[in-house]
Design a protein around this ligand. Structure first.
Ligand code: G3I
Length: 440
């Protein structure tokens, strides 16, 4: 049966088809998923109507960060009057395609409406907590990770906090208060501190490190640290990038590369991207990489051509290097029998209040295959409760299931089979990440 006919049948049966589709390891998202990671991008709502933008997004990426649409000035321009229109557009697009979402950002000195800066301490504290509560409640259960506090430290050698209305009026304690409020608002989202110029070991990252260490020791709820990773020739990928990610991970938090872009072109740019990908892959608690935009033309610093796609959505050498570093093939399917000879397509088949059923269809390519495996990753606190039509094995966290066939897994060329599983949502309804189908 053709893919179209299958899609038609699924549609007729009222089955919602989500992307989580892994077309061998020929895309950034599928190759990252095969390594148990996501590959994301910043998205601007006003570009979603451009078909090349949307199709590149849908094909290549498994995580989305709204570039500006969830910031304070966008969602609460006037006090206690919330407007989620543009952000909701991005969220529903991402959810419809089974992508994870990063919430960016709750408490930040920039893109902060004037009314916030004008408040006195008591009012500011209640406005900050109200903002966190309202925004997180609106997106409860839909967000993989929130940048709870963004860029609260100064650049340079002081290691001091940056001056901001929050810092100046509420003091150092505002960061802790924001994280405590955030945990109470949505206990299913990872709560992150996010910053730039913290990518190597330096005075600024040392100050963030000390804060995270203190939070972990005192039980202040923090789950992750985001490393923005905006690089150029003045600020290249630091030689201790991996070591820096690792020292944070060793504090007991996840680490994520949240806004990656590297100015430049050609093989030099490609080599820098490779360093970043290899560093993340080498750190077990590095969950994934997000680039700060799709084509160069929409970058916040477009003249530096810092992204993976050119203005016509052509794949740059940096793209090819990232795909290769992720273990992808980029050759449209790989060698039959050595991986890439099957595909895995995810569909949600049933939903209840506390759980949903997922089904993965495994399809052989143009050659027969003798067996297959497909990794399925769910987001804590989600748990896979039951499975059928396959033999699962699990990683230590219990969040990554590798499914193999029951008995003989041979499939004739073009033939398919399915396995299923029930996910207990525990408050998080996001779709699982389906890794690449591999043959062996
Ligand atoms: O949408 C308006 C448009 O209507 C208006 O005509 C135009 C005129 O200035 O402005 C447009 O808004 C701009 C917005 O981007 C959307 O393009 C803002 O002026 C501009 O300030 C805003 O810049 C954003 C910047 O954050 C603001 O600080 C960038 O897009 C965004 O990529 C950038 O992202 C930040 C992260 O949030 C935090 N880390 C650093 C990163 C890069 O600066």
């Amino acid at each position: 049966m053709s893919a179209l006919a299958t899609a038609g049948l699924l549609a007729a049966a009222g089955v919602l088809s989500l992307a989580g589709t892994a077309e061998a390891a020929t895309t950034l998202g599928a190759s990252a998923a095969a390594k148990g990671r996501y590959f994301g991008t910043a998205v601007a709502a006003n570009h979603l109507g451009e078909s090349a933008y949307a199709s590149t997004l849908d094909t290549e990426f498994t995580m989305v960060t709204p570039e500006n649409e969830m910031k304070w000035d966008a969602v609460e321009a006037s006090r206690n009057s919330f407007n989620f229109g543009s952000a909701d557009q991005i969220v529903s697009h991402a959810q419809g395609k089974g992508m994870k979402l990063r919430g960016h950002t709750l408490v930040w000195h920039s893109q902060l409406p004037g009314w916030v800066s004008g408040l006195g301490a008591t009012d500011l504290r209640s406005a900050m907590n109200n903002h966190i509560n309202q925004v997180m409640a609106h997106y409860k259960g839909k967000i993989y990770a929130w940048d709870v506090v963004n860029e609260a430290f100064q650049d340079g050698s002081s290691g001091a906090r940056r001056s901001s209305p929050f810092q100046d009026k509420l003091g150092n304690g505002f960061i802790e208060e924001a994280f405590r409020t955030a945990r109470a608002a949505d206990s299913g989202a990872k709560l992150c501190y996010n910053d730039y110029n913290t990518d190597g070991q330096n005075a600024k990252s040392n100050a963030v490190y000390a804060m995270v260490k203190d939070f972990k020791q005192r039980g202040v709820p923090i789950d992750c640290v985001g490393f923005q990773s905006h690089f150029n020739s003045n600020s290249p990928v630091p030689s201790d990038y991996q070591a820096n990610l690792q020292r944070f991970a060793d504090l007991g938090v996840d680490v994520q590369i949240t806004e990656l872009d590297i100015e430049g072109s050609g093989s030099a740019q490609a080599a820098s991207y490779t360093k970043v990908v290899n560093a993340c892959l080498a750190v077990t608690r590095c969950n994934g990489i997000t680039v700060w935009g799709i084509p160069d033309k929409y970058s916040w610093r477009s003249s530096g051509t810092p992204l993976l796609f050119d203005d016509n959505y052509g794949k740059k050498p940096a793209y090819t290097a990232v795909l290769a570093a992720l273990g992808g093939t980029g050759d449209g399917g790989g060698d039959p029998g050595t991986g890439g000879a099957c595909t895995a397509t995810y569909t949600r088949t049933n939903t209840w209040g506390d759980r949903f059923n997922g089904q993965v269809t495994v399809k052989a390519g143009s050659s027969a295959i003798s067996t297959w495996t497909v990794p399925v990753t769910v987001t804590s606190p989600q748990k896979i409760a039951t499975t059928w039509n396959g033999t699962p094995s699990w990683d230590g966290s219990g969040n990554v299931m590798t499914m193999k066939p029951n008995g003989n897994g041979s499939l004739a060329a073009g033939a398919s089979t399915s396995f299923g599983f029930t996910v207990m949502t525990n408050g998080n309804t996001s779709a699982p990440t389906i890794g690449a189908c591999t043959t062996s």
